[in-house]
Ligand binder design. Structure first.
Ligand code: SF4
Length: 212
């Protein structure tokens, strides 16, 4: 059984898969409390669902890409067999995780998006950098950038840890707080080989809407 906040069909708004139709399985619960969190409703709300029930709802959307997200999906042990089952059923599986819990049990075929926490999140001390040892080349690293201090900090992480040598690195402005134009200018001026990421779903639809 897994506690599920919502299952919905939308356009993937983030990562290198942005723009693709995708089914989202949002699990309940998070061990972090980021200042800019846009899914606080997933901290506690949800219903217990059996794996078969989740698979059935996912299948109804007839879409080959599935993202498991949260909250922090790795808080529930049942997420590992769920992802294995989705892969076995032929889905491309993505996992969005907050960078504070180990990913060593996640099947290697899963595309992991690891959202290491920048200082403005207030959660930076929870970053578990040893996760980097368990990532494959197809996995991506994301930094949500709220201000210039976050940008400088994330740039230092990228350079010191050589992150772009092995992974696509995404810099995403905190929605409504940092102007994407400003972040674009900083990236260009630093000649940093990262990818500017805008949250596509918040541009297409009302950013306050759930389930899109
Ligand atoms: S890790 Fe994600 S869900 Fe958890 S508090 Fe931070 S932004 Fe919200």
């Amino acid at each position: 059984m897994l506690k599920v906040n919502e299952i919905f069909h939308s356009i993937q708004g983030e990562s290198s898969h942005a723009g693709r139709p995708c089914v989202f399985v949002r699990l309940t619960g998070c061990n972090l409390r980021c200042t800019y969190c846009d899914t606080e409703y997933a901290f506690y709300e949800g219903e217990d669902m059996a794996e078969d029930e989740i698979l059935e709802q996912v299948a109804a959307f007839k879409t080959p890409l599935v993202e498991v997200t949260g909250g922090e999906p790795l808080m529930q042990a049942g997420v590992i067999p769920l992802m294995a089952r989705l892969l076995a059923d032929g889905y491309e599986v993505m996992l969005e995780t907050g960078g504070s819990l180990p990913v060593s049990d996640v099947p290697a075929e899963v595309f992991k998006i690891v959202d290491f926490k920048t200082p403005s999140s207030g959660m930076e001390k929870h970053n578990l950098w040893s996760i980097l040892d368990d990532l494959a080349g197809h996995d991506e690293i994301k930094f949500v950038i709220g201000d210039r201090a976050d940008f400088d900090w994330a740039t230092a992480q990228v350079r010191q840890r050589g992150l772009t040598q092995r992974h696509t690195v995404l810099f995403s402005p905190t929605f409504g707080d940092l102007d994407p134009q400003e972040l674009a200018g900083w990236i260009l001026a630093a000649a940093l080989p990262v990818r500017l990421q805008l949250q596509l779903h918040k541009i297409i639809w009302d950013p306050s809407l759930r389930g899109v």
